[in-house]
Design a binder for this molecule. Sequence first.
Ligand code: FES
Length: 300
Amino acid sequence: MTQTETEAKAPAKTVSLEKLLKDIDSIDAIIATWDEGQRATIHALKMALGDLNKEALARLIKTVKAEPAAMPALKQALSDEVVYSVLRHHGLVKPSLHERVEEALASVRPMLAGHGGNVELVEIEAPAVAVIRLLGACHGCPASELTLSEGVEKAIREYCPEITAIKKAKGIGGGSSSGNCSTGEQPVHFISPFARADDQNWTFATSLNDLPEMDMVALEIDGHSLLLSRQSEKVVCYQNACAHLGMPLDMGKLENGILTCPYHAFQFALDSGECLTAPEVQLHAVAVRVQGDKVEVKLE
Ligand code: FES
């Protein structure tokens, strides 16, 4: 057997994507030290080679797609990180669902960060359910339902219309959990960052002094039945409806911050709205803020 035949039969060495990219980076670093004319020539060469590769790959994919029996093999090839990265680089495959959900979350992070919160993608459950987790100040915040529905869900649905459902994972991920979405300086508490973009449509609910500490008050405002509670500086507001069957909660028993529904004894942590009996549900939070002595709510 000749040396060339031996080489042809030897199994191809697998080089990682990381190693390949590192090699490119080190050559780029050398080129960056060259003069402008040389850099322009190299840039033109890179573009021409890129165009050539893109055209060849596009024709290859077109040929494979014309043969339905070959589609599983193409899908298999796309699960290879090098193949996928090169095709993505040339714009020949769409970003994966995972990547697009990440893009959607990246688009809302600045808004959440302004309130000390964050969000992470936990997983994509087959076929198209995104499981996310609110982090930092958003975790356990009474306004987290609003944050999820108004901001995070909207972004995910915009970037990934094929997502059929969005689930909120329980538990704490990275970041701390203060349970307060306020920015510290502002006398505003538990407002979802997506609750409003302006200062409009706040309705006076009651004065702070009329909210007894560690107790709750039921109010009817513009046809909305609300439950407000205050713990020191924090004021929370929920729809006065149990997360079980929607029965009013204001006649429930409140002990050590735990509200027990008078109908079937579901229990809720009043500072966060979380249901202790069935953790997958929680009280429906209503945006609330404290302005001086005034407690204001934002009704949908
Ligand atoms: S309605 Fe509240 S526990 Fe059933």
